[in-house]
Design a binder for this molecule. Structure first.
Ligand code: SF4
Ligand code: SF4
Length: 309
């Protein structure tokens, strides 16, 4: 790559950090030849549970050049969401950290759109690109890994050496070549803390998640009744589950996010066990107006809360 290409890459990275992203990396847009067999096997074994959308657009999911015309580079960004404080009542039904603040989809999309405009105005005036955050058939962890931002841990999360795994991932797919970053070495070593700690044994083996048993999937995406055989294994989670991340040594030194949108609302963080169980639809709407918790709707959250009683 030329000096200009390296300078352009540097300008984009600096702007991403200025916009508040925690890290950024680049990968060549191409067929995910290595990852494709893993996804295929996971689906063949019905590990996706009710997330049948994972079966849709398989070809595009493993090849972004089929998703975006003339795709040349995937720009992956990370945004730390580690909260400054955790829920105050230790007996309160637990909410996954990622849902403490505002819905990340809006926060990341807005920043990605600003980054795209910056690249158009400063570097490539004929740039074509699209922004994604958990919003299209794109394997975000695979791209973040290829962009040198971390490795996929045995708990199947992306782990960044400094940030840990409490990070959101977003992508810009653009029609311009940029100097690509080098993937880093996997660093789980002999550790199996996440597998040992999973209360429902949803981590069948390293890198093998069975969503049918995963509290995170069941409390957020699952639309039916919760499996009665897991009633005593929910570890008090009402929305999501962070156990396989809490036990990960790479998260022990994670620094709190600087993103104002992800700061937990004081009214949410101070809800007691009794407050949660007494939550009605009106207070749910007010309290979680811009939150990712709305994903379950009141009915879903009420089902989860009742299941914990
Ligand atoms: S999120 Fe919870 S239930 Fe799912 S794999 Fe991790 S520890 Fe297990
Ligand atoms: S807990 Fe251990 S094995 Fe699991 S992701 Fe973290 S470092 Fe890897």
């Amino acid at each position: 790559m030329s000096l200009t290409a390296n300078t352009n890459a540097q300008l984009i990275k600096e702007e991403a950090l200025r916009l508040g992203f925690s890290d950024i990396g680049f990968a060549k847009a191409e067929h995910l030849a290595e990852e494709e067999p893993f996804l295929k096997q996971w689906l063949d074994n019905d590990r996706e549970a009710g997330m049948s959308y994972m079966r849709n657009h398989f070809e595009k999911r493993v090849d972004p050049t089929l998703l975006v015309d003339d795709a040349k580079t995937i720009i992956s960004v990370l945004l730390n969401y580690t909260p400054q404080t955790l829920q105050q009542d230790e007996l309160a039904p637990r909410i996954a950290r990622y849902a403490y603040g505002e819905d990340y989809h809006f926060v990341i999309k807005e920043k990605l759109a600003l980054l795209l405009t910056f690249i158009q105005q400063t570097i490539f005036d004929d740039l074509q690109g699209r922004c994604f955050t958990d919003s299209a058939p794109l394997l975000d962890r695979a791209w973040a890994k290829r962009s040198g931002l971390g490795w996929i841990g045995k708990n199947t999360n992306l782990i960044h050496k400094k940030l840990g795994s409490y990070v959101f991932i977003g992508e810009l797919v653009i029609n311009k070549e940029l100097p690509v970053d080098t993937p880093i070495q996997e660093a789980c070593g002999g550790c199996t803390r996440c597998i040992d700690a999973c209360p429902t044994k949803a981590l069948l083996a390293p890198y093998q998640l069975d969503a049918n048993k995963c509290i995170s999937y069941l409390t957020i995406e699952h639309r039916e009744e919760l499996p009665i055989e897991l009633k005593d294994q929910m570890s008090n989670w009402a929305f999501g589950c962070d156990i396989c991340q809490e036990v990960c040594p790479w998260n022990w030194k994670a620094r709190p996010t600087k993103e104002p949108a992800f700061q937990p609302h004081p009214d949410f963080i101070s809800l007691s066990k009794d407050d949660w169980h007494a939550l009605n639809e009106d207070s749910y709407r007010t309290l979680f107006k811009n939150s990712a918790i709305k994903r379950t709707k009141y009915r879903g959250l009420r089902r989860n809360l009742d299941f914990l009683k």
